[in-house]
Design a binder for this molecule. Structure first.
Ligand code: SAM
Length: 225
């Protein structure tokens, strides 16, 4: 990627006390907005979000905003990342499947929380970038997968947790089937606007659903999009 504006190794050298101060303030802001999980807040205060974005966004990276990451996709707003991560109730060692790797920032948050992470992305350009970026920044997801997250990743199922980071018009059956009993899925459900939905598998055949507030995500794309 010589000559491009995005060079992971140049950017890695560029994490200063100013960036660190900005992300501690971002974590404080998210705590004021109601995020309580100390593992999540610690992840936000530690992970260099500016290194998951094009360098032209560097000055804005610690605002509580979504930004474009290429391929018509976005890195989610930090509040959304923190909200989903908190609702996921991740404990160290849990196996977590993420649908929509995007920039890899949410993947890094899950790794920081001690999860064993499998993450799927359907845009090849984003998949390739996070394949380089995450290890270069010291994050080691178990597996990054290029593919269609609607289908999940049956080879390594079941998962203790599943997080979907794009707006799903409906809840994919394949994902329900890949949850452990007592496992949880956090998924934004809806077309233009989504309701954050938490699904708990209570037995082999039964699921409970809790519907929380409104969010706005880029769409979860299927085979035909
Ligand atoms: N978690 C990401 C981050 O931290 O940057 C934000 C992801 S962005 C809001 C949603 C992502 O889901 C996009 O990268 C998009 O390409 C991906 N996506 C959409 N449909 C998908 C599918 N069927 N399978 C896998 N990834 C998908």
């Amino acid at each position: 990627m010589q000559g491009s504006r995005f060079c992971i190794f140049d950017q890695m050298k560029h994490d200063t006390t100013k960036h660190q101060g900005k992300r501690r303030r971002l974590a404080d802001l998210l705590a004021e907005k109601g995020i309580k999980d100390s593992l999540v807040l610690d992840a936000i205060a530690t992970i260099p979000r500016h290194l998951f974005l094009d360098s032209s966004f560097e000055d804005h990276a610690y605002q509580d905003k979504a930004f474009p990451i290429g391929a018509e996709q976005t890195i989610s707003q930090p509040y959304t990342v923190a909200f989903q991560s908190e609702k996921l109730e991740v404990k160290p060692g849990m196996r977590v499947l993420e649908i929509g790797t995007g920039s890899g920032y949410q993947t890094a948050v899950l790794c920081h929380m001690g999860a064993v992470v499998y993450s799927i992305e359907r845009q090849h350009e984003l998949f390739r970038t996070s394949l380089k970026r995450l290890p270069a920044l010291g994050y080691k997801p178990k597996k990054l997968i290029f593919g269609d997250g609607y289908k999940g990743f049956a080879e390594q199922a079941p998962y203790d947790r599943i997080i979907v980071t794009a707006g799903a018009p409906m809840i994919p059956e394949a994902l329900l089937a890949q949850l452990t009993v007592a496992g949880k899925m956090v998924i934004p459900v809806g077309e233009k606007q989504q309701k954050m939905t938490i699904i708990t598998r209570t037995s082999n055949a039964d699921f409970e659903q809790l519907v929380l507030g409104d969010f706005r995500f880029v769409p979860l794309l299927g085979d035909k999009n």
